[in-house]
Design a protein around this ligand. Structure first.
Ligand code: ADP
Ligand code: MG
Length: 695
């Protein structure tokens, strides 16, 4: 494709991008020039002011320039390597730069080269060193883009270099910004003192000063949040007018279930149920989010709501984020509801074709009361002629837009009530933003008798002791998990991988136990076989990746070890830890930390070990990483949360709630020419939900 590069130009046609790099860009969620320009820097290095090495203080970020004196490598433990480079600047000061497992760097960092590098020096064995610095070679005339200024640092992926991406963004920004539609109405921009869209894009990528960057950021954050608020307001308006099924003739299923339980409902569960049942009786369609920490008993609330619908002759649907969870929900709900005469069926990827057809047929005849499945069911044609309630147990990664799809996909005439359950606690401020189109219920109480897991932060060199402690507990008949961040070993990575470690653990420290390997690349059938053997107690130890993260409920599991905890978000760690401590027994969680893990990561891990409140952890995560990374809400083509962080940007959220309201009051359908771009964005949001990017 020739011609001017514009916002919608496919990334593949940008100069210097072929099919291979286009695929790499796609991994970053970049499909078009516009996506590329919204691939914002993670940070900027201030290379406009250089420090002399002699003046460097440990703990304070610096940018220095100097000559490479030596570059060498040595082995450290377990096949890991350490690369060290000595740098001397013109003032005669020297500094060591170190990396782990990056042998290839030695081909690039030869003695005699001039380097500019940024990082935080630490004192180590009496000398200053910077671990994993950011660096640039300064030969052949300094390039204005990469040095001597505020230099943007972008999130990368395999096959893409920082310099290359920086150049591509720069060269795309030129033509695109020359002919860019403004999204925000002039009056609004003036009132909120926001710069233009083109200025903002330049200012965020290549700011001339920190002030310019802050102005750019403010404008872009404002736009993100305004769009979300408009979308939520329009959705809410759409929902408000829809008549819903009025359920006014309760039967006795809910009562029979509650009396059959070996425990009492918590006060919070009763309050939330009252809120839900009031919606179901109201004659308006329910769209409610149920929020509650890990283990607060959301599933039971959902089941009771489902029974309330079923006992009045309607069907219910429960969608789980993963196959494992769908299986587990299916089994649990069958156990609880079948004795009451309720027909429960489960559909997952592992369901045989004939069974699947049979289930769909009887569901279509209205003979299945409660259908349980994965979100993938939404992609199929599921006809539930008497669907009264759809419960969506959300994944950790969720899309603001995806949700709109539920009602649409299963809609068989009468609009069903929708209950969304969030698997990850989301702080109130963010929930109000992300779920502004839903009513919110909070399960803010744990069932009695829970004991928070004892969390130990342990150096990974002491793993042998941890194995011993775990083995002693497993010998007592308990079960446990050892969690790794990746499935497979990859070259150049210092991460331990589940597959290799499984071999080692099963043959060595845990050979007396029944050990199984669980990860996301197993077939649905394999996964569910392993899960049911774990649930039934015929497997003692699961070596796993984060597939165990969400929802798994095996009360006999009381121990867990997590490798590379710094690789996980706090909310995610909390989900993982929530897999143990589900019974009355004491439970223990070990976080195995490698020696080279940095100060900031250690701090996060320490906070995690000391905190058991999921909402607080989620908030901490948000503050540190922003919602895009912390909650995985950043998704291709979706508005919002590339830059915005509702916790930090609270004032802007407030302004946007007002401004969105005023805009819609004045121009309800956004027909005004000046509102055209906003309208298009909202329409995209309403009509083109994209499935979540695979995690
Ligand atoms: P969540 O989905 O909110 O993480 P679950 O619904 O999986 O939590 O509930 C966790 C466990 O607590 C389940 O085994 C469930 O049976 C149990 N449970 C739920 N409500 C109560 C209650 N009121 N008292 C005691 N145990 C409960
Ligand atoms: Mg759950």
């Amino acid at each position: 494709m020739k011609g001017a590069v514009v916002w919608d130009t496919p990334a593949q046609y940008l100069r210097g991008v072929g099919p291979v790099r286009a695929r790499a860009l796609a991994r970053l969620g970049i499909a078009t020039a516009g996506d590329l320009l919204q691939h914002y820097p993670r940070r900027w290095f201030d290379r406009s002011s250089l420090s002399s090495i002699r003046s460097c203080q440990p703990g304070h970020e610096v940018t220095v320039e100097g000559e490479v004196l030596t570059a060498s490598e040595r082995r450290i433990s377990r096949g890991r390597t350490l690369q060290a480079v000595t740098l001397r600047d013109d003032g005669g000061g020297t500094l060591i730069l170190v990396w782990f497992n990056q042998s290839f760097l030695l081909r690039q960092l030869r003695p005699g080269l001039r380097l500019m590098c940024s990082g935080i020096p630490q004192a180590h064995a009496g000398r200053l060193q910077i671990a994993h610095p950011d660096w640039a070679v300064l030969d052949r005339g300094a390039d204005h883009l990469h040095t001597g200024r505020l230099v943007p640092q972008y999130p990368l992926t395999r096959g893409l270099g920082q310099h290359w991406l920086r150049r591509l963004i720069h060269d795309t920004l030129g033509p695109v910004s020359a002919d860019l539609q403004e999204t925000l109405p002039e009056a609004l921009r003036q009132r909120q003192e926001l710069c233009s869209r083109a200025e903002a894009l330049w200012g965020i990528h290549f700011p001339a000063s920190p002030l310019e960057r802050d102005r750019a950021q403010k404008r872009l954050v404002y736009e993100e949040i305004l769009l979300i608020q408009l979308l939520m307001a329009v959705r809410r308006r759409g929902l408000a007018v829809r008549a819903g099924l009025r359920l006014e003739r309760p039967g006795d299923l809910t009562r029979r279930l509650v009396t059959s339980l070996p425990f009492e409902l918590t006060r919070a569960q009763r309050r939330v149920l009252a809120e839900i049942l009031a919606d179901l009786r109201s004659g308006r369609v329910m769209h409610r989010l149920l929020q509650g920490d890990v283990g607060s008993g959301k599933t039971l609330v959902a089941l009771i709501a489902a029974l309330f619908v079923i006992e009045q002759g309607w069907q219910a649907l429960l969608l789980a984020p993963t196959e494992i969870l769908a299986e587990q929900h299916g089994a649990n709900l069958t156990r609880l509801a079948a004795p009451l005469g309720v027909t429960v069926e489960t559909l997952t990827g592992g369901t045989a074709a004939a069974t699947r057809r049979a289930i769909l047929v009887s569901a279509g005849r209205g003979e299945v009361d409660l259908l349980v499945g994965t979100h993938a069911l939404l992609q199929e044609v599921v006809r539930l002629p008497r669907l009264g309630l759809a419960v969506v147990d959300e994944q950790h990664r969720f899309g603001v837009l995806q949700r709109g799809r539920v009602a649409a996909a299963v809609d068989g005439g009468q609009a069903p009530h929708v209950l969304v359950m969030s698997a990850t606690p989301i702080p109130r401020s963010l929930a109000l933003t992300l779920y502004g189109d839903l009513d919110l219920s909070w399960l803010d109480e744990m069932p009695p008798g829970r004991r928070p897991a004892h969390t130990h932060v342990t150096p990974s060199e002491q793993e042998a002791q941890v194995y011993e402690s775990m083995a002693a507990i497993l010998r007592d008949g308990r079960q446990g998990f050892i969690v790794f961040p990746v499935i497979e070993d990859t070259a150049g990575s210092d991460l331990r991988a589940a597959k290799v470690e499984y071999e080692r653990l099963a043959a060595g420290p845990f050979r007396e136990f029944r050990v199984a390997l669980l990860h996301g690349r197993l077939s649905a059938r394999e996964k569910s076989a392993i899960m049911s053997s774990f649930a039934s107690g015929s497997c003692d130890l699961l070596v796993a990746t984060t597939v165990v993260e969400v929802g798994l409920d095996v009360p006999n599991a009381t121990v867990m070890a997590v490798y590379h905890p710094e690789r996980f978000g706090l909310a995610q760690l909390h989900q993982l830890r929530g897999r143990i401590g589900r019974g009355a027994e004491r439970s223990d969680c070990w976080l195995l930390v490698d020696p080279w893990v940095g100060v900031e990561a250690r701090e996060r891990i320490a906070i995690f070990a000391a905190t058991h409140d999921g909402f607080r952890l989620a908030e901490e995560d948000l503050r540190r990483r922003g919602p895009g990374d912390a909650l995985g809400v950043r998704q291709h083509g979706e508005p919002g949360f590339r830059l915005a962080n509702p916790l930090r940007d609270n004032a802007i959220v407030k302004a946007c709630v007002e401004d969105a309201g005023a805009l819609l009051a004045q121009d309800p359908d956004l027909r005004d020419l000046e509102h055209r771009e906003l309208r298009l964005a909202v329409e995209r949001g309403l009509t083109q939900p994209r499935p979540a990017a695979a995690g």
